[in-house]
Design a protein around this ligand. Structure first.
Ligand code: HEM
Length: 457
């Protein structure tokens, strides 16, 4: 049953199916605590029985999406597998072949599509990222460093007892109390509201998105059931994830702004135009002239906006990172792009030390974000946004322009800022973000994890 294009199953009687929150990993749907410290671990399974034993031991640590947050808990844990990982666990071949083709290929094989070239190309990735050795991805997060250390110590002991599974990569990460990441901008604000998830929407102007866009087994925005891996117990309530370690050239970004601006105020404005939000998180769409830190900090207001009243981008340029990544209603009048088919749940986290405020020279430290995508469609969500909206400008009528923050710029790119009487054009955009590596993963539901742990052959 191998096919490159999984067929879309027509929707049946499950239109109003309720989300089985008790079977979905909490980390898939719920925002992370803020602030937090965390650790990503990658494991290699050398012995399938050991891999299954590890899953059994992990299961009690993984919360479901309907469990209330437990302040007494040491840390919250999420788990996902690469295609090679499912293979190493001994998942039958007809089941393996039923997964999305991009997932089966893996992120490194998609490098040309994703624009991971030159410094960002897989041959320069941090090992073992992008190699067939990566099988299991674990994320452990806690609001408290001591509790995280205790959880990791338990994990280390459990893992030592299970010979045949090796920890091959570790990345510590954190979210600052301000929510700001290395370029200085507050992140993780814009998230889709997921129908039936019980998580309150942050943008009252948008209809919640169908759960099937994010969780397998439910109707999506096209009123179809997205292709789901077989058997049903493995696919249902699972989802795809893409994680990428992205190095950020913070000093280069600051130097660029300094060179283009006549004052500190203008530097802040150019940075906001590039991102689509001020550093505080306040959106240009709501406060185009100057930052409003109270608005940026207010979760009831900082995502409550659309773009239709700003079609020419005088407030927020169409090419700004956040507007490219989610143009909201900007295309509603044209009807040509259905933005709702290209949404994603995002989990971004910082790694490495922050470059102190005001420093313009690179200190050589490795810093950036570990970006994580969650959604039912790797191709039409993550890959589409990365390739059509961040790495290209056709959709906004500027074919030669890429995302000024996270696009595949090479020093020759431009970024247009609409303003009166004449637009401003920033030139010679260098790459501010370098891919250090990443993987496509599948995060199974809890019943599926048990099924994987109980595999026998
Ligand atoms: C190092 C690389 C990146 C940095 C520093 C970065 C930073 C940001 C910031 C500061 C925001 C605004 C805050 C917010 O709305 O949550 C944002 C929004 C967003 N970014 Fe990124 N980003 C990066 C890469 C990416 C990539 C690779 C993608 C997708 C392929 C992406 C997708 C999004 C989306 C979907 C939004 C939300 C837009 C909205 O709903 O308004 N970002 N990002």
């Amino acid at each position: 049953m191998s096919s490159d294009q999984p067929t879309v199953t027509p929707m049946t009687a499950t239109t109003n199916a309720r989300l089985e929150l008790h079977d979905i990993q909490r980390g898939v749907l719920h925002p992370r605590p803020s602030p937090y410290v965390g650790t990503y671990l990658l494991l290699r399974i050398d012995d399938r029985r050991a891999g299954r034993e590890l899953i059994k031991r992990l299961l009690p640590a993984i919360d479901s999406a309907d469990s209330p947050p437990d302040p007494a808990k040491q840390a919250s844990v999420s788990v996902a597998f690469t295609y090679q990982g499912l293979k190493a666990l001994g998942v039958p071949s007809d089941s393996l072949e039923s997964f999305a083709p991009e997932f089966r290929q893996g992120m490194a094989a998609r490098a040309a599509v994703l624009g991971d070239r030159a410094e960002s190309s897989p041959e320069n990735w941090e090992k073992p990222l992008g190699t067939p050795e990566v099988h299991v991805a674990l994320a452990a997060l806690s609001s408290d460093a001591e509790r995280l250390a205790t959880t990791l110590e338990h994990a280390r002991k459990a893992h030592e007892e299970v010979a045949g599974v090796e920890a091959i990569w570790r990345q510590d990460c954190y979210q600052l109390p301000s929510g700001r990441t290395s370029f200085g901008f507050k992140d993780a604000i814009g998230q889709p509201a997921v129908e039936s998830s019980g998580i309150p929407p942050s943008n009252p102007h948008e209809q919640p998105i169908k759960a099937g866009e994010f969780i397998l087994g439910y109707p999506d925005e096209t009123s179809s059931l997205p292709p789901m891996p077989i058997p049903e117990i493995l696919g249902r309530n699972g989802t795809y994830m893409a994680f990428r370690k992205l190095h950020t050239r913070v000093a280069a970004f600051r130097q660029y702004l300094r060179a283009k601006a006549a004052s500190r105020e203008e530097e802040a404005l150019l940075g906001a135009k590039i991102v689509g939000r001020w550093q505080s998180g306040a959106p240009l769409a709501l406060c185009p002239q100057r930052d409003d830190p109270d608005l940026g900090a207010d979760p009831d207001r900082n995502n409550a906006f659309l773009y239709l009243d700003d079609p020419r981008g005088f407030k927020c340029p169409a090419g700004a990172h956040a507007r490219r990544a989610n143009p909201r209603d900007a295309f509603d009048h044209e009807g040509s792009v259905d933005v709702r088919l290209h949404r994603m749940i995002r989990r971004g986290t910082s790694y490495g030390p922050m470059l102190p405020d005001g420093v313009l020279e690179d200190d050589g430290a490795d810093r950036g974000i570990v970006f994580a995508f969650v959604g039912a469609h790797l191709r039409r969500q993550f890959e589409f946004v990365k390739t059509q909206w961040l790495n290209d400008g056709i959709f906004i009528g500027a074919p030669s322009e890429k995302d000024p923050l996270a696009g595949t710029n090479d020093g020759s790119g431009t970024f247009t800022i609409p303003q009166r009487p004449i637009r401003r054009r920033l030139r010679d955009l260098p790459p501010f973000v370098i891919t250090r590596g990443g993987e496509y993963c599948f995060a199974p539901g809890l019943r599926a994890l048990k099924w994987l742990g109980d595999l026998e052959t």
